[in-house]
Design a protein around this ligand. Structure first.
Ligand SMILES: Nc1ncnc2c1ncn2[C@@H]1O[C@H](COP(=O)(O)OP(=O)(O)OP(=O)(O)O)[C@@H](O)[C@H]1O
Ligand SMILES: [Mg+2]
Length: 479
């Protein structure tokens, strides 16, 4: 389930077209209107609803502050005079300051009685964005609101963009290769739950493709036009965990010089990818659980509760059930995360994927490095198929990149791949082909005699020219 789906309805009034491009949801602008005169509130509600705004009203300053604690608005339109003191505007000015303390980016437009320009000027001095004199002129009121809503959306969006730019962003749907039988359950799950809002836990060894699966899930979902925000939860120091995830307000702690948006808010409407979830310390797990349960959070140092609508995809290479048994991971948090679990098999258990993956990477790197490498020679392919790939797809990716850089011709050779022998999964001599054994022995001899061809040839029982031919064949440098 998504957490905290927004209550905004989806109509979009013509007066409030978003200027923020198509990545903003087509939400109507939300206005909070405050006045202690019912007839004024009614008249404004009628006018502005007709223009497509979503309206909420308050008849006293306390109502404004209450509404702001739990909901977000695009602008506030407020009278300066309230029951307690109907002329000086002090109560209104006080309210203005409080609104700004809660959210400095929220535009406030004040309304004043005809002839009380001094109070209006004072309100502007204290940060009101504009003022309207009563009785208002509809055209001016609408123009002022439209400008302020657009400005605030642009301002808030640029704040978001700046933060998003520092994050990995999905560039469309990633290439996802899955031919092996053992990958079919993964594919079935991707297509069935991708489009849903279910929280998904992805498990698998290092480099097996957890992040690609997360990006594919997001790309398949209705949220694909909204951001996928990735955060390595395991890599965050305790002290900055909350601030990274939930953001902070200026002054919340010594280094908090400006307001900062956290990853949850950045991912609003989209997907939050919590990587290395098993490494989140217990103390922080409780904080995470609360947002997942309630869909509500506060920035550090702020008392304003924000609702966030975020789909959670998490990933780990640990066994979370075991972590729960060992008391290192909260079971209630696990239950929130693993509505659906996708387990990615290691590459050694899906050998049918090795060749297509290798060719996919070959294509990528031959283009990137502008090298005319077209394919793998049979021995190289054989070696890749037999290798254990302890580092999974990432290791294959890196090996092919290296091979493309090393390769001198159109075909990648075994030696270009640099597969590490002697590691877990390295082949036994009797499983190698004759040519692989020959290439191995030639290489050894060259190494032993420090590139001296005559000595190496003699040790191998070959003529110098026969050795040269083999060096060329296996792409071995002699010095
Ligand atoms: N099925 C796949 N098809 C295409 N590329 C893949 C596939 N699986 C993985 N890759 C590529 O392999 C590399 C490693 O994948 P990824 O980063 O998703 O692994 P991971 O499981 O998140 O690793 P880690 O545990 O180290 O975080 C990436 O470059 C990714 O694009
Ligand atoms: Mg990863």
């Amino acid at each position: 389930m998504p957490i905290g789906a927004t209550e905004f309805d989806q109509r979009c009034g013509e007066g409030v077209e978003s200027t923020a491009g198509n990545r903003m949801p087509a939400n109507p602008a939300r206005l909070l209107i405050a006045d202690d005169q019912r007839d004024v509130l009614e008249a404004l509600r009628l006018l502005l609803k007709g223009e497509g705004y979503a309206i909420e009203t308050a008849s006293a300053p306390s109502g404004v502050l209450d509404a702001m604690q739990t909901r977000e608005f695009d602008a506030v339109l407020m009278d300066l005079n309230y029951a307690r003191d109907t002329t000086s505007g002090e109560e209104g000015l006080d309210l203005l300051s409080r609104i700004q303390a809660i959210d400095s980016t929220l535009p406030v437009i004040v309304m004043t009685a005809w002839g009380s320009v001094e109070v209006a000027v004072e309100a502007m001095r204290r940060g009101a964005r504009d003022f309207i004199q009563k009785p208002w002129e509809n055209a001016r009121l609408l123009a002022v609101l439209r400008t302020q809503v657009e400005l605030s959306r642009v301002l808030r969006r640029s704040q978001r963009l700046e933060a998003e730019n520092r994050l990995l962003r999905a560039e469309g749907l990633p290439k996802f290769i899955a031919n092996a039988d053992s990958m079919q359950p993964v594919l079935r799950l991707l297509s069935s739950i991708g489009p849903s809002d279910a929280n998904v836990l992805i498990t698998g060894e290092h480099g097996s493709g957890k992040e690609v699966v997360a990006r594919t899930l997001h790309g398949l979902s209705a949220r694909s036009s909204r951001p996928l925000v990735a955060v390595n939860t395991g890599g965050l120091a305790e002290g900055i965990f909350e601030s990274e995830l939930f953001g902070h307000v200026k002054g919340a702690f010594t280094d908090a010089r400006t307001d900062r948006i956290g990853r949850f808010e950045l991912a609003h409407g989209g997907t939050l990818f919590l990587d290395e979830i098993a490494n989140v310390p217990l103390s922080q797990q409780a904080k995470l659980l609360r947002v997942l349960e309630s869909g509500e959070m506060e920035r550090v140092g702020s008392s304003q509760t924000k609702r966030v609508d975020v789909r959670i995809i998490s990933a780990t290479n640990a066994d979370l059930d075991q972590e729960v048994s060992a008391g290192r991971f909260r079971q209630d948090l696990l239950f929130r995360l693993n509505t659906v679990e996708i387990e990615i098999p290691p590459l050694r258990e899906r050998r049918a994927d090795i060749a297509p993956l290798a060719l996919h990477f070959l294509d990528r790197y031959s283009q990137r490095y502008r090298k005319p490498v077209k394919s793998f020679d049979p021995h190289a392919m054989q070696a890749m198929l037999e290798y254990a790939w302890p580092g999974n797809v990432r290791e294959l990716d890196h090996s092919v990149e290296r091979a493309v850089l090393m390769s001198a011709g159109e075909l990648v050779r075994v030696s270009d791949l640099g597969l590490r022998a002697g590691r877990e999964g390295s082949q036994k001599l009797e499983e190698l082909s004759l040519e692989e054994v020959e290439s191995f022995l030639v290489r050894k001899a060259i190494d032993r005699y420090s590139g001296n061809i005559s000595q190496a040839a003699e040790a191998l029982g070959l003529s110098r020219s026969a050795l040269y031919r083999r060096l060329q064949k296996y792409g071995i440098g002699s010095s």
